[in-house]
Write a protein that binds this ligand. Structure first.
Ligand SMILES: Nc1ncnc2c1ncn2[C@@H]1O[C@H](COP(=O)(O)OP(=O)(O)OP(=O)(O)O)[C@@H](O)[C@H]1O
Length: 320
């Protein structure tokens, strides 16, 4: 990752309401040049609205947005030449053909990619003369990605990057994103796929109810869970689950398919192994794995919901 002192994206105090709905609530975020930055959060948490404000497609009620040092509304033309945007609905003319759409978008930029090469890369090589409305959902999605990247933008804003793509197309898109970043493009992507976030992102912002709960690396987020490790084994003898659960650093003990799964922190691993030895239980077929980003995400969102229940929705500063 190459970083310079000027961030590629800088958002301060962003707020956006739709009538009584507060979609984005004082969001601050900074994305370094060359970074792949992920935005994760439940449905309706304000991710798309944030991206649309950064792209200059929506006017914030308050706060400032700078993209490559420019104001996306006041400096709209300059921003359009340097930024590629993939939105959840591409909003293309239904009759526009794949080739026409790519040529049109390429014409907006000074140094575009070869549209044909990009279309082929994204599995659209045989669909060039198809109108947009006749493409399958996954093909429309791939075209939207191609349109966001065809201009070789300095910043790409990708909303739900690989939603609706089959696993192979998803891998192809991930490869392309990594290549595009290696060429210097900064990427901000919204995703619901934890595997995608873990695979691609340098850092992730976890968003809920329009606010950023935490920004961290994927590993950092996993490390914030109460139980970053899972010990799984077949117990060679009977054991007292409750006593095991009471050991320091152990947060859960579960039996699944004849295997015992002990969720714990890294300090507890030796404690559990010593305890098993002292109680004459061999941990057969022992596996120790890291919790996934999925588990970390659910933990952090659930903790926020619980804090909300106890503090009330208006008193949120303490958990920011
Ligand atoms: N054009 C609009 N008019 C009124 N309310 C809107 C509009 N767009 C979004 N909202 C509301 O703002 C909130 C945030 O929506 P947004 O689409 O930004 O969330 P999101 O995190 O991107 O959701 P998803 O994961 O479902 O795409 C939601 O409560 C949504 O209903």
């Amino acid at each position: 990752m190459t970083t310079t002192s000027a961030p590629a994206i800088e958002v301060r105090g962003l707020r956006k309401t739709y009538g009584p709905v507060v979609a984005v609530d004082h969001v601050d975020l900074t994305v370094a040049e060359g970074e792949i930055f992920g935005v994760l959060g439940p449905n309706g948490s304000g991710k798309s609205t944030t991206v649309e404000c950064i792209a200059g497609l929506r006017l914030p009620d308050a706060g400032t947005v700078r993209i490559l040092g420019l104001d996306p509304v006041a400096d709209r033309d300059a921003v359009k030449r340097s930024v590629g945007v993939q939105l959840q609905s591409a909003g293309l003319q239904p009759k526009l053909r794949v080739r026409e759409a790519l040529d049109l978008f390429a014409s907006f930029y000074d140094d575009p990619r070869d549209p044909l090469e990009l279309a082929t890369r994204l599995g659209l090589g045989e669909r060039l003369d198809h109108p947009w409305r006749k493409l399958s959902g996954g093909q429309q999605q791939r075209l939207a990605i191609a349109l966001a990247l065809v201009g070789r933008p300095r910043v790409a804003l990708l909303d739900e990057l690989s939603t609706g793509l089959d696993p192979r197309s998803r891998r192809d898109v991930w490869e392309l994103i990594e290549e595009v970043r290696a060429e210097g493009t900064t990427i901000l992507l919204v995703t619901h796929l934890m595997e995608e976030a873990q695979h691609l992102c340098d850092r992730i912002a976890l968003v809920e109810r329009g606010r950023i709960l935490v920004v961290d690396t994927p590993d950092g987020l996993i490390g914030r869970t109460a139980a970053p490790l899972v010990m799984s084994f077949v117990p060679g003898g009977t054991l007292d689950h409750a006593a095991l659960n009471d050991l320091g650093g152990v947060s859960d003990v579960m039996e699944r398919g004849g295997r015992l799964q002990v969720a714990c922190d890294d300090r507890a691993v030796l404690v559990v192994l010593d305890w098993l030895r002292d109680h004459g239980v061999r941990p057969e077929h022992l596996r120790i794995t890291e919790s996934s980003l999925d588990e970390a995400y659910l933990d952090l969102i659930t903790a926020d919901d619980a804090a909300d229940d106890t503090t009330g929705a208006t008193d949120k500063e303490s958990i920011r």
